[in-house]
Design a protein around this ligand. Structure first.
Ligand SMILES: Nc1ncnc2c1ncn2[C@@H]1O[C@H](COP(=O)(O)OP(=O)(O)OP(=O)(O)O)[C@@H](O)[C@H]1O
Length: 248
């Protein structure tokens, strides 16, 4: 008997991935049904690689990836519509010179006429209180404004899942808090990578990746407390290994 696909589940089953000849994800199994999921871990622990599996930017060497009923191996082309992706650097995402063109592009790709796409894009800007941005050159936007544009451009495609790869890293505190508030209100399932650990306080679940494996997975307070201890221990070990320490 085949088990029907679960429309609200992100499942990684025994996923292994190598990049540059090194194993960067090592037998990861996760069932993610919560609405707000955080992904934390040291630099190079595999976080970005993992979320790139969710929208088909990367494919596993072994194991299965399933997102809201789509088997990544069988229908890789269906994933980008299901999973919106926000990159750390908006300049890696934005390709058009004006705001309205950037938002309308994916709508046209999805079959709308130019006029329909422009009308929908204008509506999306208005819903976010940014109707006045329509003809603004993208290069005239601040980093935070560019990040918001990327989110609006992804949301017009109505993805079921939004994955965000360190979207706050170049934002000042008020801009970051505004973006966090916007993300909190979205109906989508959200998977967020961030090094700003307080961003996860209202999340349902946090997964800590360590060297391509799951170090801990559970409620944000417990996982983040353990991760902070790990950070302090790493720092202490690094300072203890400092040959200059105590030399004076
Ligand atoms: N394009 C690539 N080619 C080869 N190896 C890569 C590539 N991108 C990442 N890697 C390697 O994969 C490993 C995991 O990287 P990944 O970007 O997934 O980690 P991360 O946890 O997101 O790190 P960070 O917090 O620094 O963004 C690292 O060892 C990295 O060097």
């Amino acid at each position: 008997m085949s088990i029907p696909a679960d429309p609200s589940l992100i499942r990684l089953d025994g996923v292994t991935l190598s990049r540059g000849g090194r194993v960067v994800l090592d037998g990861i199994s996760l069932d993610l049904t919560e609405r707000r999921i955080g992904l934390i871990g040291d630099n190079g622990s595999g976080k970005s690689s993992l979320i790139r599996l969710l929208n088909g930017l990367l494919s596993p060497d072994a194991g299965r990836v399933e997102v809201h009923g789509i088997d990544a191996a069988k229908e890789p082309g269906a994933l980008p519509r299901k999973v919106g992706f926000i990159f750390q650097n908006p300049d890696h995402q934005i390709i058009f010179p004006t705001v309205i063109e950037e938002i309308a592009f994916s709508l046209e790709q999805a079959g709308r006429t130019r006029r329909e796409a422009a009308a929908e894009a204008s509506g999306a800007l208005a819903r976010h209180g940014r109707a006045h941005w329509a003809d603004r050159p993208v290069h005239a936007l601040s980093e935070g404004e560019k990040q918001l544009l990327c989110i609006i451009a992804v949301l017009v495609m109505e993805p079921a899942v939004l994955v965000l790869d360190e979207p706050f890293s170049s934002l000042d505190l008020p801009t970051r808090l505004g973006l966090e508030r916007l993300i909190a209100r979205l109906p989508q399932q959200v998977v967020l990578i961030a090094h700003e650990l307080d961003a996860f306080s209202a999340y349902d679940r946090v997964v800590w990746l360590k060297a391509g494996r799951i170090a801990m997975d559970g409620a944000p307070e417990a996982v983040i407390a353990a991760y902070r201890r790990h950070g302090a221990e790493r720092l202490a070990a690094a300072e203890g290994a400092d040959p200059l320490e105590g030399a004076a």
